[in-house]
Design a protein around this ligand. Structure first.
Ligand SMILES: Cc1cc2nc3c(=O)[nH]c(=O)nc-3n(C[C@H](O)[C@H](O)[C@H](O)COP(=O)(O)O)c2cc1C
Length: 368
């Protein structure tokens, strides 16, 4: 019998074995030379934890809040497109796993399940809706209205995608969405099936080029705010300057992200970008982070550096691929167990106890 899958990398290895080449390539790859993709992971190991000892650890909790909603841990699900390539129930299974676990599921605009379907199949889940702005603004406006009507609690505006990063693996495989799947949020055949074809390169790239609005600018945050009463989270911020502009624009939270290293290659890993943004924001709104997180120690480090929540993209896709809803749930659970263990062994009974002085850059030790 095959050994059980006990960590994120076990799930990734198994998913690589199970998925068709084009789906695995689409999920796994980063932009250009994938320098940032590698750095997102490597940078985590440049931080060491400074554990504090002999503190009563008998009563412990990982629970926290996000935009006023209680969650069982500081671990949320990032929006990733086209999850039905991983499992038959795709986004619905992922949202159900989030609900069972007690955390937030962020649904991509480019989902293979519709807004209403996810709301119906995972009614008790805390759901955020990720927004892309289409050249035809009516398309986005309608999606926002539907997300509000379906009980989503926040909008996550992705600000780093005026066009799609060049992902060589998708060019090699001429990636398209398999024909039995559709971009489910769109009712017209043209919009729902455009990802199923390509003119010879990456179908995802061609989709974004033809439909997304490349004029997107800070004024559009205001446009979105006027459309909705929901709080707006800005996802894809990597600098203090843009975090401050985001605050000015009225963001309820800043989500530090390099889109899983799929947009600009050569940008910093998010664990390194996080501190300057936390400093600039200075407690005026919540700060989240994603990119390369695959263990509880990574999550602990981000919390110490000032993140309120850590989001994960690919690990949930690996969970869905291997075991459907159960696999997504297991991924969340594994990370929570690892975070809980790291907290207990480092003297932190609650997430509030994870303070800035508990992590330090590796170089510090060589300078002593
Ligand atoms: C396959 C895939 C699809 C993605 N699709 C979207 C998307 O539709 N919208 C979005 O804002 N971000 C998207 N992202 C970025 C994720 O939200 C997130 O920033 C990233 O995956 C975090 O890095 P991680 O995968 O290392 O956890 C996608 C990422 C991946 C890997």
């Amino acid at each position: 019998m095959a050994p059980p899958l006990v960590c994120v990398s076990d799930y990734e290895k198994e998913a690589r074995r199970l998925l068709p080449l084009n789906a695995f390539g689409y999920y796994q790859s980063g932009a250009l030379d994938e320098v940032t993709l590698k750095e997102n992971k490597d940078a985590m190991n440049r931080w060491y934890i400074r554990p504090r000892l002999l503190r009563d650890m008998s009563q412990r909790s990982t629970s926290t809040t996000i935009l006023g909603h209680k969650v069982s841990g500081p671990i949320g699900i990032a929006p990733t497109a086209m999850q039905r390539m991983a499992s038959t129930d795709g986004e619905c299974a992922n949202a159900r796993a989030a609900a069972r676990f007690g955390t937030v599921f962020t649904m991509s605009t480019l989902s293979t399940s519709s807004i209403e379907e996810v709301a119906e199949r995972a009614p008790s889940s805390l759901r955020f809706f990720q927004v892309y702005i289409y050249k035809d603004r009516e398309v986005t406006a309608k999606l926002v209205q539907r997300a509000e009507a379906a009980g989503f609690s926040a909008l996550v505006l992705t600000v780093d995608t005026p066009s799609l990063g060049i992902r060589r693996e998708d060019e090699r495989t001429k990636f398209t969405l398999p024909s039995h799947l559709k971009i489910a949020n769109f009712l017209t055949n043209d919009m729902s099936s455009r990802m199923n074809t390509s003119a010879g390169g990456s179908g995802a790239n061609e989709y974004v080029k033809s439909l997304f609005d490349p004029t997107l600018n800070w004024g559009d945050v205001d446009w979105l705010k006027r459309l909705t009463k929901l709080p707006i989270v800005l996802k894809g911020i990597l600098t203090a300057e843009d975090a401050l502009l985001g605050l000015e624009a009225g963001a309820a939270a800043i989500w530090v992200s390099n889109h899983g290293a799929r947009q600009v290659d050569g940008v910093p890993p998010t664990i390194e970008a996080l501190p300057e943004i936390v400093k600039a924001v200075d407690g005026r709104c919540e700060v989240y982070v994603d990119g390369g997180f695959s263990s509880g120690t990574h999550i602990f480090t981000a919390l110490a550096l000032g993140a309120q929540m850590v989001f994960l993209g690919r690990p949930l896709l690996w969970g869905l691929t291997c075991e459907g809803e159960e696999g997504a749930y297991n991924i969340l659970n594994i990370l929570q167990q690892e975070l809980g263990s790291t907290m207990a062994l480092s003297g932190c009974a609650t997430v509030k106890d994870i303070t800035r002085d508990m992590v330090i850059r590796k170089e510090f030790y060589s300078r002593l």
